[in-house]
Write a protein of this length. Structure first.
Length: 123
């Protein structure tokens, strides 16, 4: 068996350091955006309920676990803009990514909480 070249070793390190899809987008920028099926597979694999998916100001998708509310800031791994936020408030330019899971509201929001209750009109 032949020894791996420096390029192959670097490729292995890249794969182990970043998710595969990020590497593919960097190496092959002409790839089309995620298909609806790929989005369903990602959402299913991550296992978060609706409203946990967001996008940075440049449209790169990320997820927030736990309650789904932004409690800390970080940096987008694709463009280095601020992602997340503080005290359940998203950083400027960040927004819900309904294209991932069809959510109408963030998981932690008052709107989402109100949708958990059925209001019965009194007669």
């Amino acid at each position: 068996m032949k020894e791996a070249s420096a390029e192959e070793r670097a490729l292995f390190v890249t794969f182990s350091a970043k998710p595969l899809f990020l590497h593919c987008r960097e190496k092959y920028p002409s790839l089309s955006p995620l298909t609806p099926e790929e989005k369903r597979q990602i959402v299913s694999a991550v296992g978060l309920s609706e409203g946990h998916w967001y996008k940075c100001p440049n449209g790169h998708i990320y997820a927030i676990g736990e309650c789904g509310g932004a409690m800390e800031k970080s940096t987008c791994p694709e463009c280095n803009t601020v992602i997340g936020g503080e005290s359940h408030r998203l950083a400027e330019g960040n927004e819900l990514a309904p294209e991932m899971d069809g959510a109408q509201y963030p998981a932690w929001s008052e709107q989402a909480n109100l949708n958990n209750y059925v209001i019965v009109d009194e007669v």
